[in-house]
Design a protein around this ligand. Structure first.
Ligand SMILES: [Zn+2]
Length: 391
């Protein structure tokens, strides 16, 4: 599969100037070309090349290969939507291919700029080393973050893990209050993310109030706009980091036991209001999808099979007797079965259902005894016998 590695560049002050100049001129060239292409309603790369290549090069003094990348990018972007003329920010990501860059040493990359080649040092930690070493990078993007940090996004081919026949499945229920609950009773709380979100929401409100007082010709002052943007990005990074940690823990737990991974098939979750109102406000679709996405690709890397099960009634069905009722799900945390009296944590009950559904859809090679469910705190001992499922 393809992975994108994010290599942090450590350019000198001089190199930063050169990279900025290159980036803004490349994007200016893209803007100009996009307008020409839009005027001609043309998104064919070869036609654009025939019509504008020479003017593009002379107008912006672009090196030949950079002009080719510019043509390819504009053609690609124009093709997506022909009704609008695409625009590029001066600091938009800039594509670098094999002819524009070369990894000279393990920690240095040679990047073509408007003022010649710049040998830029980058950081390579063990994670990157493992994946970067053996694979020739094919396609890169040069990006600069708002705080002035430079990155090279490198696409590498990493072999998928060898698929193994799972001995069982680890059912994972993804949620908002508890981000992930597994069928062996491990929970990953969303408390840290929620605290982060609240903290930043408060800060945003304060900034918005301040902006309201200081508005000039209907626009927010620039420093406040920037601060708002920075806050949003910080929150997103925190969330992404947490999602990486949780997904890694989940996949590691599963392969440690030779298990596959079972998730709910949540196509259309946004339309099917699974969440109650106060939660719906909290839930941002992308963050939720990100965790799923991370679990799926990390599983693919180690060869763990992923089964997506029908999500219908997973939170309303009793994992012991199979009774389905709306009344079963009274509160967010608590699941009391109206038929057999089994009570447990609601998310955990859902995770067990997800696991059971995956087992049905997949032939299990060897059967393991059920997980040690009494590890769950707060369970009444006389209910424990219910947690044994008769496999
Ligand atoms: Zn029941």
């Amino acid at each position: 599969m393809e992975l994108t590695l994010q290599l942090k560049l450590l350019p000198t002050a001089e190199q930063v100037t050169a990279l900025r100049e290159t980036m803004s001129r490349f994007n200016a060239a893209c803007n100009w070309l996009a307008q020409q292409a839009f005027a001609q309603q043309c998104s064919n790369k070869l036609t654009l090349q025939r019509l504008f290549y020479h003017e593009l090069r002379s107008r912006f003094a672009l090196p030949a290969q950079m002009a080719v990348r510019c043509l390819a990018r504009v053609a690609g972007t124009s093709r997506r939507d022909k009704t609008v003329c695409p625009t590029f920010r001066p600091d938009a990501a800039m594509p670098y291919d094999q002819r524009l860059m070369r990894f000279t040493r393990l920690d240095t990359v040679s990047l073509l700029t408007m003022t010649g080649r710049a040998l830029v040092v980058f950081l390579l930690d063990p994670y990157h080393q493992q994946r970067f070493d053996a694979h020739e990078p094919r396609q890169c993007h040069l990006v600069v973050r708002g705080d002035g940090t430079w990155f090279l996004l490198v696409v590498v081919q990493v072999p998928d893990g060898t698929p193994f026949p799972p001995t069982d499945f680890l059912g994972i229920d993804l949620g908002v209050v508890t981000l992930a609950t597994t069928s062996n009773g491990i929970t990953h709380s969303g408390a840290a993310i929620e605290a982060c979100r609240t903290r930043y929401a408060t800060r945003r409100q304060r900034l918005q109030r301040a902006a309201h007082g200081a508005q000039m010709d209907g626009k927010r002052p620039k420093n406040i706009r920037r601060a708002l943007k920075r806050t949003a990005k910080r929150e997103a990074r925190f969330r992404k980091d947490t999602n990486h940690c949780i997904s890694k823990a989940l996949v590691t737990a599963a392969i440690g036991n030779g298990e596959g991974i079972a998730l709910e098939d949540l196509k259309g979750i946004r339309t099917r209001s699974r969440f109650r109102k106060p939660q719906r406000a909290k839930m941002t679709g992308w963050a939720f999808a990100q965790l799923r996405c991370f679990v799926e690709y990390k599983a693919q890397l180690v060869g763990a099979p992923v089964v997506l099960v029908d999500p219908k009634h997973t939170s309303q069905q009793c994992s012991v007797c199979g009774h389905i009722a709306r009344a079963n799900r009274q509160r967010q945390a608590h699941f009391p079965c109206k038929q057999c009296g089994y009570t447990t944590n609601a998310d955990y009950n859902a995770a067990l259902n997800i696991r059971a559904r995956a087992r049905v859809s997949w032939p299990i090679v060897a059967v393991r005894p059920p997980q040690q469910l009494w590890l769950l705190a707060g369970e009444a001992s006389d209910k424990l016998r219910h947690s044994w499922r008769g496999y």
